[in-house]
Write a protein that binds this ligand. Structure first.
Ligand code: ADP
Ligand code: MG
Length: 608
């Protein structure tokens, strides 16, 4: 994390030393430095938008409204509170940041219900309302004449000249950058990237979907409000005409062209699109058009922007260099060390006390007219491996979704160790030791292998401000999680691809990563949905040994959906057969699979 964390801040500090000297010596004109300051502030605003739209996904059409609220808050503090200039500056910065965060919290609330275009429209509605009912109040914003914000002295030095004030945006950018790195590469950032791609997968890893989205909005609003404060001191006259809707739209284009989610790309795009037209006046009228053209080209050619092209090239190189030892080496995650004593339940007798008891009672799921699951019941005893087989469309995956909390059953209950989970959200179930895989591979394809393995340990990692600002205990836990991630990658033979994005791997490799993710949180109940799909025959064969070994060394209860019957026979002590949503047969695996009605269900014949 270090070069990523310190590179830009160090450059900011260097510029904060050089530019005032260069300005004083007349090497660089004051107006040029002024333009540079605007560029830095624009870069910061673009970074704030990137948090919400780039990392978490929701399109924010009102980012400039947060900037404006921050700027006017600063205006009010500077003119109404009659504080000494320097104190006013500090109060204004803190106040604007808080106002930005609170406003974003309000905007984020609809995000708990709305998605896609509707959510984008609600952010637009907010920005429009702010423009009409807040920015148009004479007492708050001074309307056409605006509010004058006198620049402060800091440490006895007047910041009146552009070549001195530039230090402020540069320090601001350094802070925002470090905040952004911590956010993105910590627990919350991983959760956001997972949400952007697949909410069900994120929730199954234990992410609180609603809360994480709100946190993203607040972080984004806080950065925008903070930028607003520095912007107010930059322009010195805050006028509502700076915060119009087309500006918000412009920043959205900047973030897409810079590369959604790419910190460096977004910063550079924000700075260039703002500074260049001020330097090269002929660009001014064409700025929006040039940006729109670049947007079209980006979307048509590379929706992820230039940075995603680099990332793809890097993945390709890593894949060529690394050895694809998937078939050659027996992936050995089953041989992992058993969990530490203190991770086991108190009464660990031979470990079997860790596995959870799962009871599914009379669960029915209807999708409109389709009854996907029909009064199905099953039980997995602690530490026991149970198979779930049946033809396609039998309702197996739906039943998994009910157990893991992604689908509310129409009727029936799900109990874990006797506790009714039926109304608990997925993250609560993950926190109770439930871990699952998906038929269509439940990973974050756009994140690296290591990031996925860290995401899988989401529940075990501390969250909140401590994690965001890197407190001691949070860092220690994060380090342990990282070690486990690398250990598991070594176990599945993919250690050399740790930084490669999952989407660049083959289906079989992804399947192994998914399995490693499923066991990373040290689950008490493991739900596996067709884990052998996509594996080579050799790897599928090894899978049986690995699953048995995992179950033994962790004493995990396992519920396994599988079409590859030899795998079921090798792994599972018991087996349920599901047909048309109902349990058709249950008993010891070999016996059940021999029965004639089971064969009939599989071959699609009418039942005897
Ligand atoms: P299996 O995993 O055993 O192949 P599924 O659980 O995926 O079966 O599907 C069971 C039935 O439920 C199928 O008829 C499928 O079309 C239907 N189904 C599954 N999910 C949905 C959904 N979200 N909406 C409507 N129908 C669904
Ligand atoms: Mg299925």
């Amino acid at each position: 994390m270090t070069p990523r964390l310190w590179g830009v801040p160090l450059a900011c500090v260097a510029l904060a030393v050089v530019l005032p000297l260069a300005g004083a010596a007349g090497v660089i004109n004051q107006p040029d430095i002024d333009v540079f300051s605007y560029g830095v502030l624009a870069g910061m605003l673009a970074l704030s938008l990137n948090i919400i739209t780039g990392y978490a996904g929701p399109v924010s059409l009102g980012q400039v409204a947060f900037l404006g609220m921050g700027a006017f808050t600063t205006g009010l503090v500077a003119t109404k509170l009659h504080l000494p200039l320097t104190l006013a500056f500090l109060v204004a910065v803190v106040g604007s940041t808080a106002v930005g965060a609170l406003a974003a919290l309000v905007v984020g609330l609809p995000a708990l219900r709305l998605r896609g275009i509707y959510l984008a429209l609600s952010t637009f509605a907010f920005a429009d309302a702010v423009d009409h009912y807040f920015f148009n109040v004479q007492q708050l914003t001074g309307l056409g004449s605006g509010i004058t914000v006198p620049r402060p002295h800091l440490l006895g030095v007047s910041l009146h000249e552009a070549s001195r004030y530039v230090v402020v945006p540069l320090i601001g950018l350094a802070l925002v950058w470090m905040f952004d790195v911590r956010l993105r590469h910590g627990r919350l950032g991983r959760a956001l990237v997972a949400l952007r791609e697949n909410e069900d997968v994120a929730a199954s890893f234990g992410v609180r979907v609603a809360w994480s989205k709100l946190a993203a909005f607040m972080a984004s609003g806080a950065v925008a409000g903070f930028t607003g404060a520095l912007f107010a001191y930059q322009v010195t006259v805050v006028n509502h005409s700076s915060f119009t809707f087309d500006q918000s739209l412009f920043y959205l284009i900047i973030v897409v062209v810079g590369g959604l989610g790419s910190r460096g790309g977004v910063l550079v795009a924000g700075m260039l699109f703002t500074a260049l037209p001020r330097w090269l006046s002929f660009l001014q009228e064409w700025n929006f058009i040039v940006a729109s053209l670049l947007l079209v080209v980006t979307l048509a050619r590379h929706p992820g922007g230039l940075p995603s092209m680099w990332a793809e090239a890097r993945d390709r190189r890593a894949l060529q260099k690394g050895q694809d030892d998937l078939d050659a080496v027996l992936p050995s995650m089953g041989r992992r060390r058993p969990p530490k004593e203190d991770e086991r339940d108190g009464s660990a007798v031979g470990g079997s006390a860790r596995g959870a008891r799962l009871q599914v009672e009379d669960v029915t799921v209807r999708f409109g007219g389709v009854t996907a699951v029909d009064a199905a019941g099953l039980e997995v005893a602690p530490g026991v491996r149970v198979g779930l087989v049946g033809p396609n469309g039998a309702g197996k995956s739906t039943l998994f979704n009910v157990i893991s909390g992604l689908v509310r059953p129409t009727a029936g209950r799900v109990l874990l160790d006797g506790v009714d989970l039926t109304n608990l959200p997925p993250y609560e179930r993950a926190a109770r030791g439930m871990s699952r895989t998906f038929q269509q591979i439940g990973l974050v394809k756009d994140a690296s292998l290591v990031e996925n393995l860290l995401l899988a340990q989401h529940c075990g990692l501390p969250g909140g401000p401590g994690a965001l600002f890197g407190s001691g205990p949070a860092r220690r836990r994060e380090k342990e999680a990282l070690e486990l991630a690398h250990e598991l990658l070594t176990d599945i033979g993919l250690a050399s691809y740790a930084e490669v994005r999952v989407g660049s791997l083959s289906g079989g490799q992804q399947r192994l990563v998914e399995l490693a993710c499923a066991i990373a949180p040290n689950p008490r109940l493991l739900l596996l949905d067709e884990p052998s799909a996509g594996l080579s025959p050799a790897a599928a064969e090894h899978l049986a040994e690995q699953l048995a070994a995992v179950s033994e060394s962790y004493s995990t209860s396992i519920l396994l959906i599988e079409h590859h019957l030899p795998l079921v026979t090798a792994v599972c002590d018991e087996c349920y057969v599901l047909d048309s949503g109902a349990v058709l047969a249950h008993g010891p695996t070999a016996e059940v699979l021999r029965r004639s009605e089971v064969a009939a269900a599989y071959l699609g014949e009418t039942r005897p």
